[in-house]
Design a protein around this ligand. Structure first.
Ligand code: FAD
Length: 307
């Protein structure tokens, strides 16, 4: 394996970014430039999401190659959705043949209207065990952790037991779901350690840049708590009639968007400070394919100058 990120995380706090494969050709053409800009911060890795149902699998590999060409480690997300044992084996061998030997093993978001994965595995735990059995230590495996509990879990305790199972099945480190509720994050961190989960924790941070996207991220799938301060920022800059309206009648829309973004970046930086002070093992910034906003966050937070 190229480098073991989980081993590095035990030595220092890492910085990484997350990208998604753009839907359009223009987006794909622009992406190498974005990656180059992000690489100026010398991230230890950049991950790339994987579309449930395999809709953008080809593009995911292309993005992984762009990340490699820019000189950093690609981590591919990978899901059980619609995937058979044989299909998973073939795809992962293909990633390995292309020098991609780090993955985030996920169940995956169920596509709208689906009730199960439609594949051979129901849960991420099964995928982790399978990859370890088939590929030994050739692939480093990250797994998802949900500080507020996964939206479909029976209880937070049951979800933590699943996380322990991921560790027992061979996972190397945890990447967390977005969590703006710091008190809950601390409770979860204590609880997983009590449960015997010793894996490094790489914290996923969703930057606050856009009202509609923030609300969507919190509520469309994850049921995340939005603390009072975040709600205040959203309310203060509310775009009328609502931030989802494609043609808002609010005359101040552009100014409100800019002011919201400024306040959101400050909020994100405060959150990064708190996570760093907790001594977590990595900051994983959901870069949303935006290098300019990410540059502001990294520069203003001092994350690469204070360390
Ligand atoms: P699991 O760990 O399998 O858990 C799913 C649910 O089942 C949980 O409620 C869990 O408690 C429960 N459960 C697990 N095992 C059992 C069991 N044996 N018995 C009963 N209940 C059980 N999705 C994508 O589609 N593509 C991506 O690229 C992507 N990237 C992500 C990146 C990060 C950092 C994170 C945190 C999430 C990402 N997701 C992505 C979302 C993820 O796929 C969803 O949250 C999904 O709904 C759950 O995935 P999981 O791996 O946590 O599932």
């Amino acid at each position: 394996m190229s480098v073991k990120l989980s081993a590095l995380m035990k030595e220092r706090q890492l910085l990484s970014f997350e990208l998604f494969p753009p839907k359009t050709d223009v987006g794909m053409e622009k992406l190498p430039g974005t990656i180059e800009k992000l690489c100026e911060f010398k991230p230890e890795y950049i991950s790339c999401t994987y579309g449930a149902g395999g809709t953008n699998v080809g593009k995911n590999m292309d993005v992984c190659k762009m990340i490699q060409n820019a000189g950093t480690i690609p981590v591919t997300h990978f899901t059980c959705i619609g995937n058979t044992r044989e299909g998973i084996k073939e795809q992962l061998q293909n990633y390995l043949d292309n020098g991609v030997d780090h993955m985030l093993a996920l169940r995956g978001d169920l596509p709208f209207g689906w009730t199960g994965t439609g594949g051979d595995f129901k849960y991420a735990t099964d995928l982790v065990a399978f990859v370890r059995k088939e590929f030994g230590d050739k692939i480093e495996i990250a797994v998802a952790g949900s500080p507020e509990g996964h939206i479909a879990c029976r209880s937070l305790e049951a979800d933590i037991a699943v996380l322990k199972q991921k560790q027992d099945n061979g996972a190397d480190y945890i990447m967390t779901q977005l969590c703006w509720d710091m008190e809950q994050f601390k409770r979860w961190l204590d609880a997983i350690r009590t449960a015997g989960v010793t894996l490094p924790v790489d914290v996923g941070i969703m930057p606050i840049l856009d009202q509609a996207a923030t609300i969507n991220m919190a509520l469309s799938r994850n049921g995340c708590v939005m603390p009072r301060k975040l709600c205040e920022i959203i309310s203060k800059h509310w775009i009328f009639p609502n931030p989802f309206d494609k043609a808002p009648f609010d005359a101040a829309v552009d100014q409100k968007k800019a002011d919201f973004k400024k306040a959101g970046i400050e909020y994100t930086i405060e959150q990064i400070d708190e996570y760093r002070a907790l001594g977590i093992n990595g900051i994983h910034l959901y870069a949303l394919n935006k290098w300019k906003d990410v540059t502001d966050i990294i520069n203003q937070s001092g994350i690469r100058t204070l360390v």
